[in-house]
Design a protein around this ligand. Structure first.
Ligand code: SF4
Ligand code: SF4
Length: 70
């Protein structure tokens, strides 16, 4: 299963804040837009710390699923 943050390229302004908080160092800027570059042999963001989503001022990062509490 391939689980990584989902990027809304239209919202990203290239501020780089998410890069500075990412434990896994899988976020890079390409043409001033954040891009996920999985490390070799690591296909999943294992930490799921959500810091990238929390720190983004433009809500450009989200997760490919939602947790539903019933
Ligand atoms: S959830 Fe954490 S480890 Fe995963 S991409 Fe975001 S900042 Fe990086
Ligand atoms: S924090 Fe948000 S706006 Fe800034 S580079 Fe990351 S995704 Fe783009």
């Amino acid at each position: 299963m391939f689980e990584m943050p989902v990027i809304d390229r239209q919202k990203c302004d290239g501020c780089g804040l998410c890069i500075s908080v990412c434990h896994c160092n899988i976020l890079v800027l390409v043409d001033n837009v954040i891009t996920v570059v999985p490390k070799q042999g690591c296909m999943t963001c294992k930490r799921w710390c959500s810091k990238c989503e929390d720190v983004c001022p433009n809500a450009a990062l989200s997760w490919p699923f939602e947790v539903v509490i019933e």
